[in-house]
Design a protein around this ligand. Structure first.
Ligand SMILES: CC(C)(COP(=O)(O)OP(=O)(O)OC[C@H]1O[C@@H](n2cnc3c(N)ncnc32)[C@H](O)[C@@H]1OP(=O)(O)O)[C@@H](O)C(=O)NCCC(=O)NCCS
Length: 335
């Protein structure tokens, strides 16, 4: 590992991918025990048929570690050669102390690598890619592990039908290297953004530093996620459109291989395809079986797309995500 900062402009590539999901399947009917809802409503409004929730005896870091190990195996990089571990999550083992990245670092057997978490909700993985890329661009590091992982079932309120039916658990990971070394997944461009005016739309309202947890907060469940879905819906459609336009600006439309969006809601994704006249086979959608896994959704989808042979050599892959904050992020990758 080198910490010396040289002033290069090294191209960054994706050397390996991996994902992990819990085996426990939760179908829509499960929620009818706790709230007034139905399979029909959930499928029609979100496209979700089932999701995966972490088994009670497992920890979020178990998923993050499994995804990270798979990405390492795929890249051929040993854990001890990783220079930096970045975990993007809002639902790790602890409430930020220590960082999930340090737990994963230990589980994988990394040696002296830096480790920290990134909190940008559903945009987190692309934020992590962007941060990791800077260290490779400057020639500071050679091997970086970026993991997007969540166990949202652990911070969702089973009695809040507006939100609990959407969220789910999983993890996805990528190993970044100089493109000259791995010769695939060239990250051509990245964009990040945020609008704090929308901070209250997806939030854990109480129980944090501003209002430390009390028995009253626990009883009302306001330390868990609350969602103003209708507000986020509007933002999500317009942001998806902006990110798609950003991703393809100045590019030959025939170069587009695949769009891999945050799996927010099937209706939002279909609306975007319709408004931008994007063919169905150009967008990867797996929300039907995994639900919304926040920071994990893009890397899980990217890995599945890769495993299914849908990332064509030389074609463009556009990643697009948005979420709590409000935040958004995009990446254009030439595979
Ligand atoms: C959450 C979401 C699926 C709700 O769908 P929607 O069509 O916008 O539904 P609305 O919020 O307008 O609610 C419509 C009605 O259904 C009800 N409803 C909400 N959740 C329900 C559920 N699980 N089952 C049955 N009815 C439900 C509402 O109470 C409302 O009833 P009302 O008209 O009597 O007030 C949708 O807004 C969405 O996907 N938003 C973005 C997702 C998101 O925020 N993800 C997290 C960050 S990426």
């Amino acid at each position: 590992m080198s910490n010396s900062m040289t002033n290069t402009n090294t191209d960054v590539g994706i050397a390996g991918l991996g994902y992990a999901i819990p085996e426990r399947r939760v179908d829509n009917n499960y929620f009818t025990r706790f709230v007034e809802t139905s399979d029909e409503w959930i499928v029609q409004r979100t496209g979700i048929k089932e999701r995966r929730w972490l088994e009670d005896h497992r920890k979020p870091s178990d998923l993050f570690t499994e995804a990270g190990q798979k990405a390492l195996d795929d890249s051929g990089v040993a854990a001890e050669d990783i220079d930096l571990v970045i975990v993007c999550t809002v639902s790790g083992d602890h409430q930020g102390v220590p960082a999930s990245a340090c737990v994963v670092h230990e589980n994988l057997g990394c040696k002296d690598a830096g480790a920290f978490d990134v909190q940008a909700a559903c945009s987190g993985f692309i934020y992590g890619l962007s941060i990791g890329s800077q260290f490779i661009k400057t020639g500071t590091y050679k091997n970086i592990l970026v993991i997007g992982g969540e166990a949202l079932s652990r911070i969702a309120d089973i009695y809040d039908r507006n939100s609990v039916i959407i969220f789910s658990d999983g993890a996805g990971a990528a190993v970044l290297q100089p493109h000259a070394v791995c010769k695939q997944g060239l990250i051509e461009d990245l964009t990040l953004g945020a609008d704090g005016a929308g901070a209250q739309f997806i939030t854990r309202p109480r129980g944090g530093g501003a209002e430390p947890i009390t028995p009253e907060i626990l009883a009302e469940g306001t330390h868990l996620i609350r969602l103003e879905g209708r507000q986020v819906y509007r933002f999500a459609v317009s942001q998806m459109i902006s990110l798609m336009k950003w991703g393809m600006e100045g590019q030959d439309p025939d170069d587009l291989g695949l769009i891999v969006p945050h799996q927010v809601n099937r209706r939002i994704l279909e609306k975007t395809m319709e408004m931008l006249d994007i063919a169905e086979d150009k967008m990867f959608i797996n929300i039907d079986y995994y639900g919304n896994t926040s920071a994990a959704s893009v890397p899980i989808a990217l890995t599945e797309a890769c495993n299914q042979g849908r990332l064509e050599k030389g074609k463009l892959v556009v990643l697009a995500a948005f979420g709590s904050g409000l935040t958004w992020a995009g990446a254009r990758i030439r595979w």
